[in-house]
Ligand binder design. Structure first.
Ligand code: NAD
Length: 372
């Protein structure tokens, strides 16, 4: 089996889908691996390190993908990459199928079998492959670091001879993977943290991290698979009042509220931003799906009504070294347990729920139930 690792071409994407460590493991299973030159540059991984791990480093994309059985990517392939993929190859990556339905045409043209790892069901067997968890965890961390970097005050309480500095107040909206790490990071920096989520079940997790859980009323927002569902209008109104009152007292706000495949819930209006303290900062992790805050601008840092708004769509790439290491381990787990037999040959159980959950196209034909 030949595995090809491509250099990511999307602007601002510094991650890579395989590391020298993961490549050594693929080779130990009997695979051969080619890496496009410079693929690891953004993640502090040199061509030399890949060669030392046993990979062949190719300068031409066409030579890298030639005869490849499996192509490893972080993001969906660009046109130029698609054109140079061998017919019938398998592509594994975070292919953003909800945002990029138009690209299925390219998969069909090349008869590709494509797996989109963001669609993995969040069951315990899939934990080691769960790219959303590994990347969102880092995004939650980096969101707080970016918020603090843009904040003109210190975060922890400081008692000095010149007087006492009060601790910063942080509010985390959405306490999923990114939100829980944002809570933990803000706590570690010394902020007074509160958090809000529609799923009452996360209250215990929020409190165990030392944050205050803000509750609206008893309407469970938990749908199947541990994700949130859409809430009633009455609930949304009560939620808006509570968030507005809480926001007015905050210094740092991290937005992470999400319902998969839907536009981000709009939790912060312009009116609410106007009511916030000047100098406070909002980091909106939901920027790419429309934003939890009405004033967020995608991939920009803007100041509105005295509040700094940060809308970076690719936080994991801002910690590309660790993000690549974790992503590469997720990818190795997925490929080695679901696409390969123990002797390194291709072997797929098409009925496995992790396969049916992530398989977008098979031989070019769209087969995933959400996209037919
Ligand atoms: N900007 C980036 O670089 C970046 C990186 C990773 C994740 N993200 C985004 O961050 C968000 C969170 O990702 P995650 O992996 O933590 O998802 P997750 O599913 O683990 O968590 C989302 C949380 O939001 C909650 N939620 C849903 N609707 C809500 C509402 N109306 N009010 C309050 N809470 C609500 C859910 O209950 C859930 O706990 C997503 O929008 C994701 O796309 C962005």
């Amino acid at each position: 089996m030949k595995i090809a690792v491509l250099k990511e071409r999307k602007e601002g994407e510094l991650r890579v889908a395989a590391t020298p460590d993961s490549i050594k493991k693929f080779i130990a299973l009997g695979a051969t691996v080619t890496v496009e030159t410079g693929a690891g540059n953004g993640a502090a991984l040199t061509d030399e390190a890949y060669r030392a791990a046993g990979a062949t480093v190719e300068t031409e994309l066409s030579t890298c993908t030639q005869d490849a059985d499996i192509i490893l990517k972080v993001r969906e392939p660009e046109k130029e990459e698609l054109m140079l993929m061998p017919e019938g190859a398998t592509v594994v990556g975070m292919l953003d199928p909800y945002g990029k339905k138009d690209e299925f045409g390219g998969y069909k043209l090349k008869k590709l079998t494509t797996f989109s790892l963001e669609l993995l069901p969040r069951i315990s067997r899939a934990q080691a492959m769960d790219v959303l968890s590994s990347q969102s965890n880092l995004a939650g961390y980096r969101a707080v670091i970016d918020a603090v970097g843009a904040f003109g005050k210190v975060v922890p309480m400081m008692m000095t001879a010149a007087g006492t500095v009060a601790p910063a107040k942080a509010l985390i909206l959405g306490a999923g993977v990114a939100g829980l790490q944002a809570i933990a990071t803000a706590k570690r920096l010394g902020a007074v943290v509160s958090a809000f989520d529609v799923r009452a079940v996360v209250k215990e997790q929020v409190e165990s991290l030392g944050a205050k859980f803000i509750e609206v009323a008893a309407e469970s927002g938990e749908a199947s698979g541990g994700y949130a569902k859409e809430m009633s209008e009455e609930y949304k109104q009560k939620q808006a009042t509570l968030i507005k009152d809480t926001l007015a007292k905050q210094d740092l706000v991290i937005c992470t509220a999400l319902i998969p495949g839907k536009p981000a819930p709009r939790l912060i209006t312009e009116y609410m931003v106007k009511g916030m303290k000047p100098g406070s900062v909002i980091v909106d992790l939901a920027a790419a799906s429309g934003g939890n805050c009405a004033l967020t601008e995608l991939d920009r840092v803007v100041e509105k009504h005295g509040v700094t708004l940060i809308g970076f769509s690719n936080m994991p790439s801002r910690v590309s070294v660790d993000a690549s290491q974790l992503y590469a381990r997720n990818v190795f787990q997925f490929v080695s347990t679901l696409l390969m037999a123990k002797d390194g040959t291709a072997s797929i159980n098409w009925e496995d729920e992790l396969i049916t959950g992530t398989l977008l196209t098979r031989g070019g034909e769209t087969v995933h139930k959400n996209f037919i």
